[in-house]
Ligand binder design. Structure first.
Ligand SMILES: Nc1nc2c(ncn2[C@@H]2O[C@H](COP(=O)(O)OP(=O)(O)O)[C@@H](O)[C@H]2O)c(=O)[nH]1
Ligand SMILES: [Mg+2]
Ligand SMILES: [Zn+2]
Length: 387
């Protein structure tokens, strides 16, 4: 059984829904709108539940939906009415939700992550490609073009209630065949504002977090005063600053509630910390110059199974870096959450850009990602995919 790419609810063989491929008339779909976060219009939805007295191998009678609808139909999620890509129920989807305050680097990370997935996929002879035309368009327009073509930096992701909120719809990538089953990776980006507002804890449109396979929570070291102070002359100041990571983490954990996604806690913009190696005589220069450290190398593009040992090593190293970043409270919130549900968690360090941008432009050496695949490979490995 696989999950819906929008609401992340598991699709059971007991419940089906369809809508006309080309509906005669469209109306506001209350259910879809609640899950989307703003008005969605669609044709009528036809639902079918397994009858109580049905046989074990019950399936919707062929032609049922077409007859009811009076034309060609597409299957939609019975929970949120999202139109499922063809063959979705026969595939396996690993569903990842991005989290973190504003400007922690989520959107840039997704842009770069997809490139790295392509590269690794090629090396593993697994075809990575957008699964839908919507994903192809959205990735190109909202992620790839602003970062790679215009060499600028992406606009901050709009909050769910403002104009063109591209992060309300999932990015769906086909990542090849594994264990004889077609595999998809679903990534849901989010606007930091939405997580900085604790009122969103109960919002239906946020509930996908609790049903995700992996939540990637980003923590921006540039938000830490002692780091910013020491980097003063080395790294151009970043103008956009997001909310308090501890309270965002708390909100995310509250939204997750009794759900049990794996939680990847990611130190983003790691290039900034690496730049501290050049601050002579500082405590940080010593830490960041350690050649033997897992955070000083990047094996993530090697074509080998997810490297569990390297992952554990990095986990411990980043954990002690968090201590040094005065973020111990955050580590405690992860390890002893106020919700009482301890999640499978691991710490990571990534740099999507590899080097700090200068003002609004990328550094002239371009993009050289560092360890971007690690969090997602860890989540995939928990699902037994790309291991
Ligand atoms: N130094 C550095 N800065 C980054 C990196 N990734 C993102 N940034 C900066 O952080 C800003 C916010 O990134 P964005 O992905 O839009 O953050 P989001 O609001 O969490 O989606 C960007 O404008 C970049 O200036 C990185 O890997 N290294
Ligand atoms: Mg964003
Ligand atoms: Zn759904």
């Amino acid at each position: 059984m696989t999950k819906c790419p929008r609401c992340f609810v598991t699709l059971t063989p007991d419940q089906y829904a369809w809508t006309r491929t080309v509906p005669d008339a469209m109306e506001v779909d209350e259910i879809a709108s609640t899950y989307h976060g703003s008005a969605v219009r669609s044709g009528p939805v036809i639902e079918l539940k397994r009858p109580n007295d049905a046989e074990e191998d019950w399936a919707p009678p062929s032609g049922h939906a077409e007859k009811e609808a009076g034309g060609d139909v597409a299957e939609v999620c019975p929970e949120c009415h999202y139109r499922l890509p063809a063959g979705w129920r026969d595939a396996q989807a690993t569903c990842v939700a991005m989290a973190g305050a504003r400007a922690t680097g989520k959107t840039v990370y997704v842009a770069v992550l997809v490139k790295s997935l392509h590269l690794l996929g090629e090396r593993m002879s697994q075809m990575v490609e957008p699964a839908t035309a919507e994903t192809e368009d959205s990735y190109r327009e909202n992620y790839e073009r602003p970062l790679y073509e215009e060499r600028g930096i992406l606009e901050p992701t709009p909050a769910a209630h403002t104009g063109n909120p591209y992060q309300r719809e999932p990015l769906i990538f086909s990542i090849g065949i594994w264990n004889g089953v077609r595999q998809y990776l679903v990534i849901r980006d989010v606007a930091g504002e939405d997580l900085e507002d604790p009122k969103n804890v109960g919002a239906t449109s946020m509930q996908f977090f609790s049903r995700a396979d992996g939540v990637v929570f980003m923590f921006d070291p540039l938000r830490v005063d002692s780091v910013r102070d020491q980097l003063h002359d080395l790294v151009p100041a970043q103008e956009r600053v997001g909310g308090d990571p501890k309270s965002v983490l708390r909100t995310v954990l509250s939204i997750i509630g009794t759900g049990t996604p794996n939680l990847a806690v990611v130190l983003s913009k790691f290039d900034a910390l690496q730049a501290l190696a050049h601050v002579d005589g500082s405590e940080w220069s010593e830490i960041m110059s350690q050649r033997g450290a897992a955070y000083s190398r990047d094996p993530s593009l090697q074509n080998e199974p997810y490297n569990e040992q390297d992952g554990r090593l990095l986990h411990e190293e980043v954990r002690s870096l968090l201590d040094k970043l005065e973020a111990k409270a955050m580590a405690m919130a992860v390890e002893q959450p106020h919700t009482g549900v301890a999640l499978g968690s691991r710490y990571f360090a990534v740099s999507a850009l590899g080097e700090s941008p200068v003002g609004d432009r990328l550094h002239e050496s371009g993009i050289s990602p560092f360890r971007c695949l690690d969090p997602v490979r860890w989540v995939l490995a928990q699902q037994g995919v790309w291991v």
